[in-house]
Design a protein around this ligand. Structure first.
Ligand code: GDP
Length: 370
């Protein structure tokens, strides 16, 4: 009987036997649920933003992605504009073959309102180009707030030309939220999902019927390990993931000064061209920033991490939270030092800086967004 049920989040067949495999839900939980059944992974993702690894191996994704080039379809790549590097699917352009990619920059609501949207779109396009992606168009959405969903549907109609539409994205970019908004818009019904199995692969998928007999097909989120989301407990993750429009914070830093971004990450301003160098921090508004001298930073961290500097808690630092790893950069232009999933710091041209992030979390330098 359980073979007939599908998770309405990811489309996997519901099963109660193997917690490491897709579609798992404990028997007791299954008995309590009635119509809309979520597998444990999707339930956690929805409620706690927690990622549980399941046995969708990289090979499964590769073979799935490989099939895209044989389709005649429009590909929608959903990315988190707040975590561009953490959103990239390596080699996507190759996988989609000649099919056009419409890039959806989601979580637009987090960016300061003062930023011109046209500039951000340009920035998304340039960043995509650098990753070898050539989107035919870029659109900014907020799946959470339901911004620009109409416009997205119009663009989809414009570019799909009577073809199917495949939606791809790594986990956490807001793909499920977006799909649900699309379904609402198309059907007026909350979470009406037609599911069917993707032929020839082990992956399940969700299909939304379009007017002309074609489908909009959602695909399982691909897990991107360089996201902060994989290193924090659900509670902390909620604390560090920006929830509201970000209010940038400006600091005037001298050479050899350090900022701690709670105890999650660290920024060293090693040298610049001025006495005081204006840097701007884009992080969740609630996250506390502490300034100290670089020379004292190590001691400061040892003394205060988990207490004055929190999250993570002392307990997490001692048990699960990875050590901070240092990456040094020299800027040739005004640049953003990006901490994947957390935010970024804008630094002037010709600065030497170091970013420290938990082992496994990406730190990178890009041309300033703003
Ligand atoms: P998926 O893994 O790509 O399917 O992502 P989800 O739809 O589960 O969303 C991941 C997290 O991002 C959740 O905490 C959502 O509430 C949040 N989220 C999704 N869309 C938006 C958005 O447009 N703006 C903001 N601020 N958060 C969003």
């Amino acid at each position: 009987m359980t073979d007939e049920l599908r998770c309405i989040g990811c489309g996997a067949i519901i099963q109660t036997e193997d917690s490491d495999k897709a579609g798992y839900i404990p028997k007791s939980a299954l008995e309590k649920q009635k119509d809309d059944i979520y597998c444990q992974r999707c339930f956690r993702l929805r409620h706690y933003n927690e990622i549980a690894d399941v046995e969708y191996t990289d090979d499964d994704f590769l073979s799935f992605l490989n099939q895209l080039s044989q389709k005649d379809a429009l590909i929608i790549n959903v990315i988190d504009i707040f975590d561009f590097t953490g959103s990239i699917i390596p080699g996507l352009q190759r996988f989609v073959g000649n099919n056009p990619i419409l890039m959806v920059g989601n979580k637009e609501d987090l960016l300061p309102k003062s930023l011109k949207r046209s500039r951000i779109k340009d920035w998304v396009r340039q960043s995509a180009n650098k990753e070898g992606l050539r989107p035919i168009d870029v659109i900014l959405t907020s799946a959470k707030k339901g911004f620009e969903i109409d416009q997205l549907l119009e663009k989809i109609e414009e570019y799909r030309n009577g073809r199917d539409v495949y939606v791809v994205g790594v986990t956490n970019v807001g793909k499920s939220t977006l799909i649900n908004k699309i379904i609402q818009q198309l059907t007026g019904v909350k979470q009406l999902i037609t599911t069917s199995k993707f032929p020839g692969t082990t992956l399940d998928r969700i299909e939304i019927p379009l007017d002309d007999g074609h489908f909009l097909i959602d695909t399982p989120g691909i897990i991107h390990r360089n996201q902060m989301a994989h290193y924090l407990a659900p509670k902390e993750l909620r604390l560090v993931t920006p929830q509201k429009e970000i209010k940038p914070k400006v600091f005037q830093l001298q050479d050899q000064q350090t900022l701690f971004l709670s105890a999650l990450a660290r920024f060293d301003f090693i040298s610049g061209t001025k006495d005081r160098n204006g840097i701007v921090v884009y992080l969740d508004n609630n996250l506390k920033i502490h300034r100290t001298k670089l020379i004292n930073a190590e001691k400061f961290y040892q003394k205060h991490a988990g207490e004055l500097l929190q999250p993570p808690t002392k307990d997490e630092l001692e048990t699960s939270f990875p050590k901070l790893v240092r990456y040094e950069f020299k800027t040739k232009e005004k640049s953003d030092l990006v901490f994947s999933g957390l935010g970024w710091i804008t630094v002037p041209k010709d600065s030497v800086v170091a970013g420290w992030a938990p082992e496994g979390v990406g730190v990178s330098l890009r041309k300033a967004m703003i």
